[in-house]
Design a protein around this ligand. Structure first.
Ligand code: GAL
Length: 743
């Protein structure tokens, strides 16, 4: 993989590309930016999606020292939205279509050693009809810019371009590796090399090394090599995501090349009776993720990408995420590997299938996605259909063939919403939006597939547009939102021929005018765009073992008159406790258990209180309430709600208090106003004045208002060491300050 130098800092940017800029080496009228970069900062909502659809220009001055004279020098872009044309010192180097997959271009021929080279990237962020997902309508925004990392790569004349490291003999004491090496030899003759493998555990302790002689033919070749008898390996799974680091050294007479990758020893299979990880059946419970954020769209660096994975795994306790509807950041995927969050990854697209040229790009996307990601143990399935597209057998025979040829270890899926569509994949992956609040939560797989036999089957979406719900919507709606998620999950848990269900969706997202609430937002998340919880997030969160995290969350704002006709009943309480006690005012407490038949396939059905005499009627005194959750007769969690909530706390909650100065680093700061019991006051709409001083800057506006009692903002570093001081002022509270260290 050569020597890698990240080059995310100090780019020059001009929002308005003008013909000839690629031949003009001045950076006059360009501004200094760091990557990841959004081509424009957008408002939170109510904006015209054409705002980011323009052609812009990026420049970067690169100095390459003489020591690299005999190397092959490439530049790698992890993601440029949507079309990129690259020049070095005015010479055309190459282009790339598609904003979600990486590409690498060879600069060697035009490099001037020891002096300044001007790299120019023309970035077309319009919705070009020749590139997926464009050509029809799509329910999300794609934004623009060089929004992922860029690096320079220095290769020897003989190097490992890529390697798929397949883990074998998983259930034996001694395991093995089968490695498909993608080699490149630019010499005119066959080269004799030595391949040295080293396997390290997570503490960087070496646990296996071996040498093999290897002849490398001229040009691009592929060779498979096996390493046997590897001892002391722990399998990777969702509870114990044991990772190992493999280093492959390709040693030639004069130099050596290294390829490094994290791997996990595991196997996975969708079968007719469910999904199996290391031969153990696991019901998949997940949500779809769009990779977008307020103001900067897709352009968030490593830490923020990782945070999403942490939220999905540790806050929502999901075991799978679908990267709808495109390959997502490697930083997100690496974190999924590390924490044991399974991933269904798919190619870019949404309903529309274009012409031949368009399909060629889609097929290329299959290749780029799989070659980038085949070593992630978290990825268990490739989505190689355009999401919800019509059948197109010729096209999908090709995508399936390519996926299977590139990766023999994973099955293919292709997300559809049409019943009885042709089944060319290994797993029938279906968006099942049948649930409308009534009886039926999911369709019978055989009815959907039209096949006589069961096949491996996964539900890839439900809910979403069937019941959009805002964080600040009325309590009754939010409570029904919770129940809809629970009903579908319950149905999924009740049927062995369904591997699991992945709901629409994790986070609200900006969308085109043709979708959403009219303000360019689809309020389909169980969390809002700031990743702040709605009630429905607890439908998922409460499914975890109480030993991991006790959960007790009533879907209520606890007020007498918020719901139609008043009261808080039926009160849905999301909990993983055995039973709960409810104490209303000074009345004696009452014990509530789960109802026998109700949502009883879930790991932890909610406790639903239909009626309690003492909660009383309209006009009676309203009282505080205390809920206590018991496991094994021990009270493990308590939740108090105030009958007389008063704004008491202004909480400023940064995700991190230490950031890095090396490259653009970003963290989120959540702000909430809470009452005496630290419950968010859902109808406070205070205006916040945010001031960021020191070695950081605010992303988005300086003045924002709480939405449903809370909001967040993000802060980015400016490549300097020091302190960032963040202050928040709002009426009724003393100014609050937090400090973040940048090291
Ligand atoms: C699906 C689609 C998603 C989203 C969802 C809303 O049809 O695949 O991208 O639009 O509907 O419920």
């Amino acid at each position: 993989m050569g020597e890698i130098h990240k080059i995310n800092n100090d780019w020059w940017y001009n929002q308005d590309y003008k013909k000839g800029m690629e031949f003009d080496f001045s950076t006059k009228d360009f501004i200094d930016v760091n990557l990841p970069h959004a081509n424009i900062e957008l408002p939170y909502n109510y904006f015209d999606e054409e705002m980011y659809q323009f052609v812009s220009c990026y420049k970067k001055i690169i100095v390459i020292e003489d020591q690299y004279k005999d190397k092959v020098i490439c530049i790698r872009f992890e993601g440029v939205m949507t079309y990129a044309k690259v020049f070095l010192n005015g010479n055309f180097i190459g282009e790339h279509k598609g904003g979600y997959t990486p590409f690498e271009l060879n600069l060697t021929e035009y490099v001037k050693f020891g002096s300044e080279n001007v790299l120019t990237v023309i970035v077309d962020s319009t919705e070009r009809q020749d590139i997926p997902p464009f050509g029809g309508q799509i329910d999300y925004l794609t934004y623009g810019g060089i929004y992922r990392d860029v690096s320079l790569r220095f290769y020897n004349k003989t190097y490992i371009e890529n390697a798929q490291i397949k883990t074998k003999n998983l259930y034996k004491e001694l395991k093995s590796l089968e490695i498909d090496l993608y080699l490149n030899n630019l010499n005119e003759q066959v080269i004799d090399t030595e391949l040295i493998i080293e396997l390290k555990d997570i503490e960087q302790k070496s646990i296996y090394t071996k040498k093999e002689k290897l002849k490398v033919e001229k040009g691009n070749t592929k060779q498979t090599i096996e390493f046997l008898e590897i001892a002391n390996i722990l399998l990777w799974d969702i509870e114990n995501p044991n990772l190992y680091e493999v280093t492959l050294k390709l040693v030639t007479e004069n130099d050596e090349d290294r390829f490094v990758s994290k791997i996990g020893f595991r196997d996975c299979e969708f079968r007719k009776d469910g999904f199996y990880l290391n031969n153990q059946r696991i019901k998949l419970r997940g949500l779809n993720r769009h990779q977008s954020y307020p103001y900067v769209g897709y352009a968030m660096p490593k830490r923020v990408q990782e945070k999403d994975a942490l939220i999905l795994k540790n806050e929502l306790h999901l075991n799978i995420v679908r990267t709808s509807h495109y390959p997502q950041s490697i930083n997100f995927l690496n974190k999924c590997d590390e924490i044991g969050l399974l991933v269904f990854e798919e190619i870019p697209g949404w309903q529309h299938i274009g012409d031949f040229e368009w399909k060629d790009v889609a097929i290329e996307n299959v290749r780029e996605m799989i070659l980038r990601d085949f070593n992630h143990p978290s990825i268990i399935l490739w989505g190689i259909r355009i999401n919800e597209s019509r059948d197109d057998d010729n096209f999908y025979i090709k995508t399936n063939k390519l996926a299977r040829q590139l990766d023999s270890t994973r099955q293919t899926g292709g997300v559809r919403c049409i019943e009885k569509s042709s089944f060319l994949e290994d797993v029938y992956t279906m968006n099942d939006f049948v649930h409308d609040g009534k009886e039926i939560a999911l369709r019978e797989p055989k009815k959907v597939t039209g096949l006589a036999e069961d096949v491996p089957y996964l539900v890839t979406e439900y809910n979403g547009h069937m019941y959009p719900t805002k964080k600040f919507d009325q309590e009754e709606r939010q409570s029904e939102h919770v129940l809809r998620h629970l009903r579908v999950q319950n149905a999924s848990y009740s049927m062995d021929n369904i591997s699991g269900a992945i709901g629409w969706c994790a986070f609200d997202y900006n969308t085109h005018k043709d979708f959403g609430a009219g303000d360019r937002i689809c309020y389909h998340g169980v969390m809002d765009m700031y990743r702040i919880k709605k009630f429905a997030s607890y439908a998922y969160k409460s499914q975890v073992d109480p030993n991991i995290e006790p959960v007790l969350y009533p879907a209520t704002f606890w007020a007498r008159g918020e719901r139609s006709k008043g009261g808080v009943l039926p009160l849905v309480i999301l909990t993983n406790c055995d039973y709960i006690e409810v104490q209303f005012g000074s009345f004696s407490s009452k014990k509530f258990m789960r109802k026998e038949q109700l949502l009883n396939h879930l790991p932890y059905a909610p406790i639903i209180i239909e009626s309690v005499k003492e909660f009383g009627e309209w006009g009676m005194r309203w009282e505080d309430c205390t809920l206590r959750g018991y496991v094994d007769e021990q009270c493990i969690i308590e939740k108090k709600m105030s009958a007389n909530p008063i704004p008491t706390n202004l909480n400023i909650l940064p995700d991190d208090i230490e950031l890095s100065s090396e490259e653009k680093d970003v963290t989120r700061v959540v702000v909430e106003i809470t009452d005496q019991y630290n419950n968010i006051l859902p109808f406070t709409d205070n205006v916040l004045n945010i001031k960021v001083e020191g070695v950081g800057q605010l992303i988005g506006p300086k003045q924002i208002a709480l939405k449903g009692g809370s909001i967040a903002f993000w802060i980015e570093t400016i490549n300097k060491v020091g302190k960032i001081r963040v202050s928040v002022k709002t009426d009724g509270f003393k100014e609050k300050v937090i400090n973040i260290d940048v090291v």
